[in-house]
Design a protein around this ligand. Structure first.
Ligand SMILES: [Zn+2]
Length: 411
């Protein structure tokens, strides 16, 4: 195995895909069902074909490449990640995993097709949930977990539903159920991803083997009060949506700190309506994103948010709704594949550490139902979801090497 060639290929491919952004010069912005996504998928198709894969795009907008094994009736091994990004994100999040899969396929081809099982490389559509506030669209679609109702329910900031966006992208939303896989035909899912945090970069270890991915619950809370004149409405006669919402928002970080076990809770979005300096707020919308490896901790924080909203609204007469955008239970990854990966790291002389992923990934959705494992490569300074996101191509190549070894071993 020529590590230099793998590194060069990864570098070339990732650099080429950098051009498909809606924000040139200011990071990579590739939201789902946009022209940037279309252009990137078209290019990934070419890359997959060059590596010798049979390529198709499914009804959810996932791009799928197949390398046939000698005994294609055996359950297949799948590797990949997502091709969408956040707004002003980086070049490595997601794409590094797809490019790794393509490089591994190329290696198998060069080695004279040593596989019994089919090997599938997948580029998932809309993992981030940036546009519609959901996430895991492509991975949940192959699991048959996205409903027609979901397509109409979730909308972007311009009020375009997933349904409409899919149509504009050239997909037929009614056909989405056909994207679902027969799970009996899949042996395992392997996702290479950048760490997106500082642990490997600080420790100097070359690879991260992920034991567990935290669970997530995500909500948009809307608190409704009444707009009034800020000067003439006495304090005891207002229904101030900001007053009620802010009391709750201020408490959320403290609840997460108390839980420990990597529990985090974030309000990253707040909108005040109408948003005038001299108007009592009629409405406040804010987001809540709670993550933990312990499901009970997530549920407890969400319950505390509800109780606190009840109390704050009771006090001044406001009302609220909590719209659940995402619920995913924490997932333990395959112990068997982790042990095998450790051996492959040893034989290749790479350093590694076992770790928890605090970020959700396609592996989080897929790992609920299939044997799944993840391999992390270090993120420079731990930075991700920003234009300076950087991972050494050579480190991604090391991940490709051990995943290649794992797949060969599992034939
Ligand atoms: Zn990602």
């Amino acid at each position: 195995m020529n590590m230099e060639t793998i590194t060069d290929n990864l570098k070339k491919n990732l650099r080429v895909l950098h051009q498909y952004t809606a924000t040139p010069g200011d990071g990579t912005t590739r939201l789902p069902f946009t022209k940037e996504a279309r252009a990137a998928v078209n290019h990934i198709r070419i890359m997959m074909e060059e590596a010798g894969l049979e390529v198709r795009e499914d009804e959810a907008g996932n791009i799928i490449g197949l390398l046939k094994g000698a005994e294609p009736s055996l359950p297949a091994i799948v590797a990949g990640s997502h091709f969408d990004t956040v707004t002003n994100g980086g070049d490595f999040d997601g794409l590094a995993g797809i490019m790794t899969g393509i490089e591994i396929a190329r290696l198998f081809k060069q080695e004279g097709a040593p596989l019994k099982r089919n090997f599938i490389v997948i580029g998932f559509c809309d993992e981030e949930g940036m546009r519609f506030g959901t996430g895991y669209f492509g991975s949940k679609s192959i699991l048959g977990q996205v409903t027609q109702e979901d397509l109409r329910h979730y909308k972007d900031k311009d009020d375009i539903s997933i349904y409409e966006a899919m149509k504009g992208y050239g997909l037929v939303p009614e056909n989405l159920p056909r994207a679902a896989w027969d799970l009996k035909t899949i042996r395992a899912f392997i996702e290479m991803h950048i760490e997106q945090g500082p642990i490997l970069y600080q420790s100097g270890e070359e690879l991260g083997l992920v034991e567990c991915i935290v669970g997530i619950q995500r909500y948009i809370v809307t608190v409704r009060g009444r707009s009034d004149h800020a000067g003439t409405t006495p304090m005891d006669m207002r229904i101030d949506a900001v007053e009620a919402a802010s009391q709750v928002i201020a408490k959320i970080p403290g609840w997460a700190r108390k839980k420990g076990e990597g529990t985090v809770a974030t309000t990253g979005f707040i909108k005040v309506i109408p948003g005038g300096m001299n108007i009592v707020a009629e409405e406040v919308q804010f987001s809540v994103d709670v993550r933990s490896r312990n499901k009970a901790s997530i549920e407890d924080i969400v319950a505390k948010i509800r109780d606190s909203l009840d109390e704050a609204c009771r006090r001044n007469g406001a009302t609220y709704t909590m719209d659940n955008k995402l619920t995913i239970t924490p997932v333990d990854l395959s112990r068997d594949m982790l042990a095998r990966l450790e051996n492959h790291c040893k034989s290749r002389g790479y350093t590694w550490r076992r770790m928890i992923s605090g970020a959700g990934h396609d592996a989080l959705a897929v790992g609920q139902v299939l044997d799944t494992v993840m391999v992390f490569a270090p993120s420079k300074d731990g930075r991700s979801h920003c234009p300076v996101e950087w991972t050494e191509y050579g480190d991604i190549a090391k991940a490709a090497a051990v995943i290649h070894d794992l797949i060969l071993e599992m034939q």
